[in-house]
Design a protein around this ligand. Structure first.
Ligand code: FAD
Length: 255
């Protein structure tokens, strides 16, 4: 809550490095894990914000990367959900090697643009590619925790069915019947009985499933740069106000 109060007062909380301890590690998919962290002194966050992780090797070498906060502001712990990039420097540690009890530094929360609070209302139109679902999941978790029933749609692109992050939890949120729809598209080898979309997110898909511009949805797009650019351009071309289209880019290609 302190982050919300500070943001409301126009003063972002001061950024300091804090030592986080890994409390638990949960496997989400073959390449994606969620870390629950204990961060003494954490000032709180808004759904959609991220933090910086800093790893320090025994010889003093440091590497720093940004990770979205997956947990809702209401959750007891800060959670990160990290996808392992085979040739990556930092993600293999966070998504594969890390164990409960490990410690590393974090700094945050960061970002005041790509955030949603239930008090802002909806509809909420979320578009994700791969691990780009992480900050959007924080928004959906916050929506549920706050008891918000604003109409919400998550359009989520994954490679295969096994790569869909948070699939069971998303199914459960939809089953609550409080106005959330989730639509998956698979870009790589869908099973024969897959009846959903089987291509990358494009303008036709967004027009077909999305809210019409007249509904003035708040749109949040997150994922690899190509997906973010395609989706943002499509939304604006379809007539959505640019000010309502917010984007967060995770990386150059995959994601
Ligand atoms: C605001 C923000 C939030 C982010 N949140 C998350 C998150 O919640 N979960 C998550 O898994 N990642 C997230 N990322 C991406 C993350 O910061 C790292 O870029 C990613 O983990 C790769 O780091 P690395 O050290 O393993 O790879 P690097 O050693 O930095 O890169 C290895 C190779 O992979 C390429 N590459 C770098 N990033 C990506 C990418 N995202 N996709 C595909 N190729 C890439 C590089 O060009 C390079 O060729 C976020 C990025 C930003 C900017």
């Amino acid at each position: 809550m302190r982050a919300i109060e500070a943001a409301a007062a126009g003063a972002p909380p001061r950024l300091v490095w804090r030592t986080a301890e890994v409390l638990s590690v949960t496997e989400e998919t073959r390449r994606v894990r969620t870390l629950a962290l204990d961060v003494p002194g954490w000032p709180g966050h808004l759904a959609g914000q991220h933090l910086d992780v800093r790893l320090t090797a025994a010889d003093g070498y440091t590497a720093q990367r940004s990770y979205s906060i997956a947990s809702a502001p209401e959750a007891p712990h800060v959670e990160l959900t990290v996808q392992q990039l085979e040739e990556g420097e930092v993600s293999p540690y966070l998504a594969h090697d890390v164990r409960p009890g490990d410690r590393f530094e974090v700094r945050g929360p960061i970002g005041g643009h790509f955030v949603w609070a239930a008090s802002q209302g909806g509809p909420l139109f979320l578009i994700a590619g791969g691990s780009g679902v992480v900050p959007l999941m924080a928004m959906l978790r916050h929506r549920a925790a706050a008891g918000s029933t604003v109409p919400a749609l998550l359009l989520h692109s994954s490679r295969t069915i096994a790569d869909i992050i948070f699939r069971d939890e998303l199914d459960a949120l939809v089953a609550a019947g409080d106005g959330l729809r989730v639509i998956h598209t698979l870009t790589d080898a869908p099973p024969a009985d897959w009846t959903g979309y089987r291509r990358r997110i494009d303008r036709a898909m967004i027009e077909e499933v999305g809210f019409p511009p007249a509904a003035t949805p708040r749109c949040y797009i997150c994922g690899p740069s190509g997906l973010v650019e395609t989706a943002a351009r499509a939304l604006v071309e379809l007539g959505h106000a640019p000010a309502l289209v917010k984007t967060e880019r995770f990386g150059p290609t995959g994601g």
